[in-house]
Ligand binder design. Sequence first.
Ligand SMILES: Cc1cc2nc3c(=O)[nH]c(=O)nc-3n(C[C@H](O)[C@H](O)[C@H](O)COP(=O)(O)O)c2cc1C
Length: 152
Amino acid sequence: MGSVLVLYHSQEYGNTAAMARAIGEGAESAGADVTLINTNEHRFDPEQYRDFDAVAFGSPDYWSYIAGGLKVFLDDWYIARKSNRRGMENKPYGLFYSHGGGGDVRGPLEELFGRMGSPVGATIESYGRPDHTVLAACHELGRRLADAARSV
Ligand SMILES: Cc1cc2nc3c(=O)[nH]c(=O)nc-3n(C[C@H](O)[C@H](O)[C@H](O)COP(=O)(O)O)c2cc1C
């Protein structure tokens, strides 16, 4: 069946959350077991990361960088991985972000999460609230992550 984690930060308008939901729906429609976590609501326990077969990471552009909640996850992940690498590396992953019309978060997002495993599809971008085209791309990413999760 395969399990997919959608780990994201959304705080201002819910733009990134709308993308995360579409990814989750796509993954569910392809038969995956999906967990959505907004790092603005609580800190994700990095030990739980081991349980997932594929992951999507999403952030708003904050000052041309990823949001603090997602950065906290990366720091936690790095420290947890030092004591035990099992289940912490080499996962299929997808990336998505929203922005307000400027900024350059794509660079740091792709660079920081490039160490998580194998990228699935291209990074998805939304200027403000995601439109139908963006949501369709998110849905498709979810489907692809579910397929990748099944074959892990
Ligand atoms: C603290 C802060 C910094 C931001 N910095 C940028 C930026 O540098 N460039 C940009 O295009 N948008 C910037 N934005 C706008 C957000 O990226 C945009 O509104 C995003 O869609 C919000 O996502 P959310 O509704 O999921 O929280 C910033 C917003 C906040 C709150």
